[in-house]
Every structure is written in structure tokens, then in C-alpha cells.
Ligand binder design. Structure first.
Ligand SMILES: NC(=O)c1ccc[n+]([C@@H]2O[C@H](COP(=O)([O-])OP(=O)(O)OC[C@H]3O[C@@H](n4cnc5c(N)ncnc54)[C@H](OP(=O)(O)O)[C@@H]3O)[C@@H](O)[C@H]2O)c1
Length: 323
């Protein structure tokens, strides 16, 4: 597996890293479907073993994935996978519980202690603020950052991360948070990385980047021949791309064209979709959801770096679907 330097952390992580949101299974929160169907613990454990063997040694989770189920599954692996061979990331920010504020300092501390316990580790390598909404007048921003710096001094976290679905929201607060790593949403149909100003900040400050949902929850592979109705508890029931027959047909056609254009690659479609995001970001990796050993095997074969010209061609192909 090709590795990249994750910006100023100076850690070498796989260009195709592993996301474990789906390991939480079906889940609802605040009346919303926020999980994934078809999760199977044994299959996920086999995927993690295969990932370690393939050099996919950066694992991303969050306190809210399956309300801790994903973290607990990762934490149960250290008998088979040495903890110190994994770059481990988790997040805080989407659980409020009884607290009226997601980023109340007392809540953040409770959540970190819970994450460390479930992950069965003394420290996580990377700890993200999961979104950029810090309350009225950003009242919880500075206290949250101060607390994360204290966690770092206490040896409970090594680096600070910042995430959001909106690059613009990340850019608005990035100077005050000063993260070591950002986790933005990016794929070939949603690409505001440069236009938002995030790319410029990343380059000026040597920040690491981990793009999430790089194949739009699986839809970009062109594997759906008809609209899908996901069950209650599956996040994808809220994503309109899965219910639009015309868009799914366009995605199939684009995938077919990539298969022809990159026929010499082991995984032509996956490699092109991922490589297009990494060509302009030397400190970046993708967080690809991998649910099974087969998906891990495909990810391990999809790490060829695209040339700038190839990447531009892939991005241009999807301009008609930009959102
Ligand atoms: N910071 C945030 O707010 C945030 C938000 C979202 C995600 N994330 C992170 O990013 C990670 C990835 O995002 P994501 O899970 O939304 O989506 P993704 O990586 O774009 O898509 C992953 C899904 O695609 C399908 N897939 C993957 N490889 C495949 C293959 N070789 N062949 C066929 N299907 C394949 C699998 O689902 P099926 O098998 O069910 O089709 C898999 O779960 C998450 O796990 C999480 O760690 C972070």
C-alpha cells in the first residue's frame, strides 16, 4: 500500500485508509437514520485483519458510530493486531445526551474517557472535533480547543483534528482551531476543496487531510442498477442519489467509461475515483469504508497515484453531477 506523510504529524499513513462508520450497524439518533444495514461483526473483524495484513493501518471511527459499537469492535482487535501498528482516530461532537451543548467541556471529557475505554487504549493518535457548530457566537470553540490541548499534554491524544461536511464551515474556524489534520467531505461529485479556500490553508500550514465518503457511500462505483430503498436506521435512505434512477444510470455510464479508460489498473473504477482526489493533495489520504475482506482487497489494489492530467480528466467527467 502506497503511503503518504499526513502533513505536520509526520506520520506515514496509507493513501487508502479505512473508515468504520458502517461497523456501528443500523442506528437512529434524534429521529434520523444514522447507521448502516448489513453489518456483521465477524466479517468486520476479518476486514480489519485483512487491512492490517495489507498495510491499511489507519483506522477511523467516532464515538457515535453505532453509539460506541464501532469503537468497541476496534478495541477488541488488539489481541490480533498490535495496537502500536495502527494509527487510530476517533471523534467527539455529535452526542449531546442530557447536555444542551454538543461541545460542553465536561461532556467532551466524558466522551473521550468513554472512547478510550471502548477502544481499549491509553491514547488515540488523532482526536477530531466532528463538526464546526460551536453554539451561539462560537462560545464553545475556544474551551473545546483548550481542552484538546490539555488532553494532548496528558498523553490521551497525540494530534488534533477538525471535520465537517462543509468545507466552508471548516475554513471559517480553522485559524482558531489550528488543527493538525482536517477531515472534509470530498468525492468526484462534491468538490469544494480548492474553491472554499481549504486547499490554500492546508498547503500554507502543512496540514494532513483525510477525505471522507470518497465514493459517496458506494454509489459512485456504479453498482446500483435501480433505486434502492434502505431500511430505517440506514443513513443512505436520506441520500437522494440512491433513489434517482437517472443519476444512477449516469453513474453506471461514468463507471463503465472509467473501466475502459483505466483498463490497465487492477481496480480501474475505484482507483480512478480515489486517485482523482489525491493528485492535488500530497498530504492527503482517503477514508474508504471497507466492510469485508473482499472490499479491503479491492482497496489495497486501488492505490496507484494518478497523474495531474488523469485526475483532471476524471473530475471533468463528473462535472455534470457536481453538487
Ligand atoms: N467526519 C464525518 O462527518 C464523516 C462522515 C461520513 C463518513 N466519515 C468517515 O469516512 C468513512 C467512509 O465514508 P462512507 O462510509 O460514508 O462512504 P464511502 O467510503 O464513500 O463508501 C463506502 C461504502 O462503499 C461500499 N464499498 C466499498 N468498497 C467497495 C467495493 N470494493 N466494492 C463494492 N462496494 C464497496 C461499501 O458499502 P456497501 O457494501 O454497503 O455498498 C462501503 O461501506 C466512514 O467510515 C467514516 O470513517 C466521516
Amino acid at each position: 500500500m502506497r503511503r503518504i506523510r499526513l502533513g505536520r504529524t509526520n506520520q506515514e499513513v496509507p493513501a487508502v485508509s479505512l473508515g468504520t462508520w458502517s461497523y456501528g450497524g443500523l442506528n437512529t439518533a434524534r429521529g434520523m437514520s444514522v447507521g448502516w444495514r448489513d453489518h456483521d461483526d465477524a466479517r468486520a473483524r476479518a476486514a480489519l485483519r485483512a487491512a492490517h495484513a495489507a498495510g491499511i493501518t489507519h483506522w477511523d471511527t467516532a464515538d457515535v458510530y453505532g453509539d460506541g459499537r464501532s469503537e468497541a469492535l476496534l478495541g477488541s482487535m488488539w489481541g490480533e493486531v498490535p495496537r502500536d501498528e495502527i494509527f487510530l482516530a476517533t471523534k467527539v461532537g455529535w452526542f449531546a445526551g442530557e447536555h444542551p451543548r454538543y461541545y460542553h467541556p465536561q461532556l467532551i471529557r466524558e466522551r473521550l474517557e468513554r472512547s478510550l475505554k471502548l477502544l481499549q487504549t491509553e491514547a488515540v493518535d488523532l482526536y477530531y472535533l466532528h463538526h464546526c457548530d460551536f453554539g451561539p457566537d462560537d462560545r464553545d470553540l475556544e474551551p473545546a480547543v483548550e481542552l484538546l490541548l490539555r488532553f494532548r499534554d496528558e498523553g490521551k491524544i497525540r494530534w488534533i483534528g477538525l471535520s465537517d461536511w462543509s468545507d466552508e464551515k471548516i475554513v471559517r474556524v480553522i485559524e482558531r482551531v489550528n488543527p493538525d489534520v482536517v477531515q472534509p467531505y470530498r468525492n468526484v461529485t462534491h468538490d469544494t476543496y480548492a474553491s472554499s479556500g481549504l486547499k490554500a490553508w492546508v498547503e500554507a500550514h502543512d496540514v494532513g487531510v483525510c477525505y471522507f465518503s470518497p465514493i459517496r457511500h458506494g454509489a459512485l462505483l456504479g453498482k446500483y442498477s435501480a433505486p434502492v430503498e434502505f431500511p430505517e436506521g440506514d443513513f443512505r435512505r436520506n441520500v437522494d442519489v440512491f433513489t434517482d434512477a437517472d443519476v444512477l444510470a449516469q453513474l453506471r455510464a461514468h463507471a463503465e467509461a472509467l473501466r475502459a479508460e483505466f483498463a490497465d489498473d487492477a481496480e480501474p473504477v475505484l482507483n480512478a475515483l480515489l486517485g482523482a482526489l489525491l493528485a492535488d493533495c500530497p498530504t492527503g489520504c482517503v477514508l474508504l469504508g471497507q466492510r469485508s475482506p473482499e472490499q479491503v482487497a479491492a482497496a489495497a489494489r486501488a492505490d496507484r497515484a494518478l497523474s495531474p492530467e488523469e485526475a483532471a480528466r476524471v473530475l471533468a467527467r463528473y462535472a455534470d453531477l457536481a453538487s
